[in-house]
Design a protein around this ligand. Sequence first.
Ligand code: SF4
Length: 396
Amino acid sequence: MTSTSSNRSGSTRPASSAADAPPVGPAKNPEAEPVSRDPRPNLLDFTLKELREFLRPWVDRPFRAKQIFRALHHRRVTDLQGVTELSLSMRQDLEMHVRVEMPSLVRSQRSADGTVKGLFELEDGASIEAVDIPDGRRRTFCISSQAGCPLGCKFCVTGFWGAGRDLTPGEIVSQVYTLLGQEDTREVHETGDLPGINVVFMGMGEPLLNAGAVRTSVELLAETIAPRRMTLSTIGILPALEEMISWPVRPNLAISLHAPDDARRTKIMPVNRTHPLRDLMALLHRFPLAKGRQITFEYILIRDFNDQPEAARALVRLVRGLPAKVNLIPINPDPVLGDEMKPPAPSTVLAFQQELKQRGVFTTIRRQRGDEVSGACGQLRAFARDPRGFRTPANL
Ligand code: SF4
């Protein structure tokens, strides 16, 4: 067995894993670690290579690891007893040492446009949300990487409620596997491939503050979902973005930009003080992209703040020279965000888009989906969680 490290959850992963990469961004809250009374590692947290090493003492043949891995990630079994490739006695033996643990889906809300928002409870009682957005034969899963977010962007409901712990790789991929089970997916279950499924890391949390687990979960999901159909959206945690260049499997990159200059960006995104636009854009200019891929710049439009024609022209100058696509998102108002966070009039949104298009920048306007279940962009907050210890309007 390879050398291992344990956290408070009792989860055990090989020391060489990406999860052991040095932390980036703000200091971690010690309360951010999962708390579990079960010391058995969760098999969903392991890559195939790690699983081979880890299971060696307990299986009779090396190929057992691959059988288990395929059962978990291709057939998406939810417990060890479902790995019927193994004998009953081997399954019973293994259950003494390892487990398969998935977050519980405790509530599922469907909006009129078919968008489904799922509320998941994690084993230590933390909660997260993920959204399933159907579009014809395609489905996009917007998943969470943290049970909250410490970065406090002023337009974001998740940020308003403050930090929550990092998710494990198994907790991240389980969101996809559970949402798949919400619909009739027998066809894709049987083939082991998931045509028409897209995954975006745009739910609760900043993925690059939990880069090790997100990197592992991308590798796990890539078993059945092509990397070109996965997108990681980040505000640009630069050391982690730099490391992402050498990830073995890289999803598409989306940058939460939201302002065309440092002055405005710092006002709504405190992280811009640590990672200013100049440094972010310099890194993006040398970020390797697969042939034909672009960097998506997410730009939330806020009335009278960043929606003027001069802001559009500054945005064009900022992204010039990059294979860029701009996605405009009229802000979703929410009572906790205050009166300043209002969307521009539709005509202003169209005029902003026109300024960009005229200057050769490919630009889309994001259609709002799922807003009556608060499943739209920036609205995920895990309503059911106990907010004690998190920021509240009184102590902001
Ligand atoms: S926008 Fe992203 S980084 Fe900012 S607070 Fe929300 S979840 Fe965190």
